[in-house]
Structures are given as structure tokens and as C-alpha cells.
Design a protein around this ligand. Structure first.
Ligand code: ZN
Length: 172
């Protein structure tokens, strides 16, 4: 099964709020499977639907021992504490930033059978949920940087875009 191309910074689909999934049907299951393939190929821990160009509220992830999982229409209904950690994103490849987020979250959503799932998580897993939920709301980690960090990041992204233009996409 071929995976998707991962959309990167500058693609408008990453800036839009994704819409609720109304029917958890075979097409959603198929999408989730292909997203997992894409995520594994890219060595990511999580991948949200907008990152493959689909404006729907679901993400896939794999963290710890519990194997690949899918969360449809997720909502974080409780969070507390604070935790700062280096964070990267498959849509902003190769760049890492210290991002401050809640240390603990309670997230609710649905699995592919339409059953409600409810998870309490902290640290890395809590960070992952907040990161993926941001994608569904059209937010990238670049939007969470302070002004100075953002300036450095944008400069680097511009430099990369120019290099890419000079070399052409076939030269990479
Ligand atoms: Zn991301």
C-alpha cells in the first residue's frame, strides 16, 4: 500500500480547521490505514489528516507499547500542569523547537468501530495529543513560537525554499 505525500509548511490545508468526521465508515478506516503507512515511512509518532491533505478531524499515532491507534473527532476536555520539550513536526521537517504545553491531558474521541475512547496521558503522550489536535485546528508548532524563535525559523524556511527553487524538485 502506497502512503500519502506529507504536506509541508506553506500548504494552505495545514492552516484550515478540519471538519468533524460524520460517518466512521470504510473510507475513514482506509484513510487511517494509509495514514499509518505514511507515518511509519516517515518515522513519525503521529500524523493528522490535514497533513495528508484531508480536512477531517482524525489522527493516527503510535507511542509506547500499545501499537498503532486512531483517534476520530478528538476533544481535550481537561488539562493541567506545564511541560516544555523539544518538538518536531513532519510538516516542518528537520526543525525542532522547545514548546511549552500542558503536562497532563484527558482526551476523548472515537475509534474506527465508533466506540468512544477516553485516555488520560502525561508528558510525551500528552504532548502528542496536543500537537495533533493543533493540526486539526489549523495550527502548526511555528504558531506557538515566541517572536524571536519565529524569526529564526521563518528565515531558515525561506532559505530552504530558495535552495529548493534553485535545485528544482528533481534535484533532490
Ligand atoms: Zn505535526
Amino acid at each position: 500500500m502506497a502512503g500519502y505525500r506529507i504536506r509541508t509548511f506553506g500548504d494552505p490545508v495545514l492552516k484550515r480547521r478540519a471538519e468533524e468526521v460524520t460517518d466512521i465508515d470504510g473510507r475513514v478506516a482506509q484513510l487511517a490505514q494509509e495514514m499509518l503507512v505514511t507515518m511509519h515511512e516517515a518515522n513519525g509518532l503521529g500524523l493528522a489528516a490535514p497533513q495528508v491533505g484531508v480536512g477531517r478531524r482524525l489522527f493516527v499515532y503510535e507511542i509506547g507499547e500499545s501499537g498503532p491507534r486512531v483517534m476520530v473527532n478528538p476533544v481535550i476536555d481537561e488539562q493541567d500542569g506545564e511541560w516544555e520539550y523539544e518538538e518536531g513536526c513532519l510538516s516542518v521537517p528537520g526543525m525542532y523547537f522547545p514548546i511549552r504545553r500542558a503536562k497532563r491531558v484527558h482526551i476523548k474521541g472515537y475509534d474506527l468501530d465508533g466506540n468512544e475512547v477516553s485516555v488520560e496521558a502525561e508528558d510525551l503522550e500528552a504532548k502528542l495529543y496536543q500537537h495533533e489536535l493543533d493540526h486539526l485546528d489549523g495550527r502548526l508548532l511555528l504558531d506557538l513560537l515566541d517572536d524571536d524563535q519565529r524569526k529564526v525559523a521563518m528565515k531558515e524556511l525561506r532559505r530552504r525554499a530558495e535552495t529548493e527553487q534553485q535545485q528544482g524538485p528533481a534535484g533532490r
